[in-house]
Design a protein around this ligand. Structure first.
Ligand code: HEC
Length: 130
């Protein structure tokens, strides 16, 4: 009895620690759900909401299929502005692995995501943000 209470308390404490975003509307697709959790590594700088709030990085809602460096109101680096492509799965893989390999001199200060399955899940999540 006592240990059940302790376990329940521990579980509650754990749930309370979860970031707000992970608690709201868990995605039905497990791949997308995994990507949603991984997106916690991006939220300091990126938003996927409809809001026009400019964070450190551009809003990523609808980024899959979007022209690079095309978010109105965001001040991109010259390195990214001189690129000319649309964000597709292959480009996003390369970018998330090492942003500087796609646009040397980019202002996105991100160490990269080495695990391919992580990048795949994250891209599935981004593709679901329409
Ligand atoms: C420390 C802040 C920071 C973090 C963390 C970060 N980014 Fe960025 N991101 C930026 C900035 C700044 C830019 C603009 C880069 C430029 O102009 O060179 C950017 C640009 C991008 C772009 C290009 C958008 C466009 O409109 O062309 C994508 C895609 C992107 N980030 C995805 C991600 C994802 C996914 C993550 C999480 C794994 C992430 N970023 C983590 C700051 C960040």
């Amino acid at each position: 009895m006592r240990s059940t209470t302790v376990q329940a308390a521990a579980l509650l404490a754990l749930l309370l620690q979860l970031p707000a975003q992970a608690q709201t509307a868990p995605a039905a697709d497990p791949q997308v759900a995994r990507g949603q959790r991984l997106f916690l590594r991006c939220v300091a700088c990126h938003d996927v909401a409809d809001s026009k709030v400019v964070k450190i990085g551009p809003n990523l809602k609808g980024v899959v299929g979007r022209q690079v460096a095309a978010q109105a109101g965001f001040n991109y680096s010259a390195a990214l502005k001189k690129q000319n492509f649309k964000w597709d799965e292959a480009k996003l893989h390369a970018w998330l692995q090492r942003p500087g390999a796609v646009a040397p001199g980019t202002s996105m200060a991100f160490e990269g995501m080495p695990v391919e399955a992580d990048r795949k899940a994250l891209i599935a999540y981004l593709a679901a943000q329409r």
